[in-house]
Design a protein around this ligand. Structure first.
Ligand SMILES: Nc1ncnc2c1ncn2[C@@H]1O[C@H](COP(=O)(O)OP(=O)(O)OP(=O)(O)O)[C@@H](O)[C@H]1O
Length: 235
């Protein structure tokens, strides 16, 4: 399995933000991770990417335990966090070169990979600007370029299109489809059409628990829209 989550729990103080969830993703699957605000999506993603430790349970990425084998697990992951923290004073190309070095890339391999990502993510026209001068959509492209840079097998994208205009949403979606080809992708979103446009399968969580894990095809066969299913399971 590319991602295996087993009985994962995260307690903040007295709150069980993630409450014994289990799910898995096979190599090459694109899975939408849905849930209302506060359901525990970002917390789960932060545990998968090693930003947070779980309270109990296990998670593996590319068969590496995210806590016990943190470094190889992280090498297998491209992560776009919800608020996409970037160094605003850095130039686009400078930032991507810097990020690549953190992944141990050097010399001509690094430079050609950065140029490839600039091209793939449509950053050519903006590559000489400082990140702080970019629009939100272009900042998101920089975040995606960074997450794809080391060619990870697994992409974990936390609300990659939130706050973008309809054209940018379409472009970022296309980018995820292109760059996510042959990769395993887990992404969270509140946009149902996005799930329908991109996903093989949908996992819905509510109050820290998995309430549905079905293929889009199975959900279609219920005769209800995804929105209706979501509301029925989470209101
Ligand atoms: N560092 C923290 N300390 C305490 N509570 C936290 C912390 N981070 C998250 N929480 C709480 O855990 C719960 C789950 O939060 P999380 O961010 O994982 O939800 P989410 O599903 O990603 O929500 P959204 O769709 O709004 O981004 C929320 O009630 C949140 O307030």
């Amino acid at each position: 399995m590319s991602i295996q989550v087993t009985n994962l729990t995260k307690v903040y103080g007295t709150q069980r933000a993630v409450d014994g969830i289990s799910f898995s993703l096979k190599p090459g699957e694109i899975v939408g991770f849905l849930g209302p605000n506060g359901a525990g999506k970002s917390t789960t993603m932060k545990i998968l990417t090693g930003y947070l430790n779980s309270t109990s349970g296990t998670a593996t990425v590319a068969d590496f335990d995210v806590q016990q084998q943190a470094m190889p697990a992280r090498r297998a992951i491209g992560y776009l966090p919800e608020h996409n923290p970037l160094y605003l004073d850095m130039y686009v190309r400078e930032f991507l070169l810097f990020s690549g070095k953190l992944y141990g890339m050097r010399g001509s391999t690094l430079k050609s990979r950065v140029d490839e990502m600039i091209n793939l993510c449509g950053l050519e026209v903006e590559k000489r600007k400082k990140i702080g001068q970019l629009s939100k959509g272009y900042r998101q492209r920089v975040g995606l370029a960074q997450s794809f840079l080391h060619d990870p097998a697994v992409l974990i994208l936390d609300e990659p299109t939130t706050g973008l205009d309809p054209n940018q949403i379409q472009e970022i979606r296309e980018l995820i489809r292109t760059a996510g080809h042959n990769k395993t992708v887990l992404f969270s979103t509140h946009i149902m059409q996005e799930v329908e446009a991109l996903c093989d399968r949908v996992i819905i969580i509510n109050k820290g628990r998995v309430v549905s894990d079905s293929s889009l095809e199975e959900l279609r066969q219920t005769g209800k829209s995804l929105e209706e299913t979501f509301r029925n399971l989470t209101v």
